[in-house]
Ligand binder design. Structure first.
Ligand code: AMP
Length: 114
């Protein structure tokens, strides 16, 4: 079996993380190196390496990640303004090869991002 991704180790409880949400399709935890007062990663339980590996059958799952972000943003008190980001590939700064949606909020977020 392939080695677990960092996020699969968190899912399995083999690595510590501040998990803030879980359901049958995804789990979410606070980023260890937060770039905003609220910085949560929302991760599908299904191992998809990046956006380029998405298949048409994953479309409901991706939508689920976004409704999860919406709920978490409200729960965290940043529902009036937040950002969701998928980094895809090294050029975009993706460092963990397990699809994850960043949820950022709690400060003014500049545009364009760096
Ligand atoms: P990306 O750069 O888009 O692949 O995002 C990966 C994110 O995972 C980064 O923002 C890291 O700070 C975060 N990260 C790495 N290791 C951990 C960890 N053990 N617990 C929580 N977040 C982590």
């Amino acid at each position: 079996m392939a080695e677990k991704t960092l996020f699969q180790k968190i899912e399995a409880g083999e690595m510590e993380a501040d998990i803030v949400y879980e359901d049958e399709q995804c789990f979410a935890f606070r980023d260890i190196n937060p770039q905003a007062p609220v910085h949560i990663l929302i991760v599908p339980r299904k191992l998809i390496r990046d956006l380029n590996d998405l298949e048409a059958s994953d479309e409901p799952l991706v939508g689920h990640l976004f409704t999860g972000a919406q709920k978490l943003a409200a729960d965290e008190g940043v529902g009036k303004g937040y950002r969701t980001v998928f980094n895809c590939g090294a050029d975009a700064g993706q460092s963990v090869d397990h699809l994850h949606l960043h949820l950022l909020g709690g400060r003014k977020l500049d545009w364009p991002p760096g």
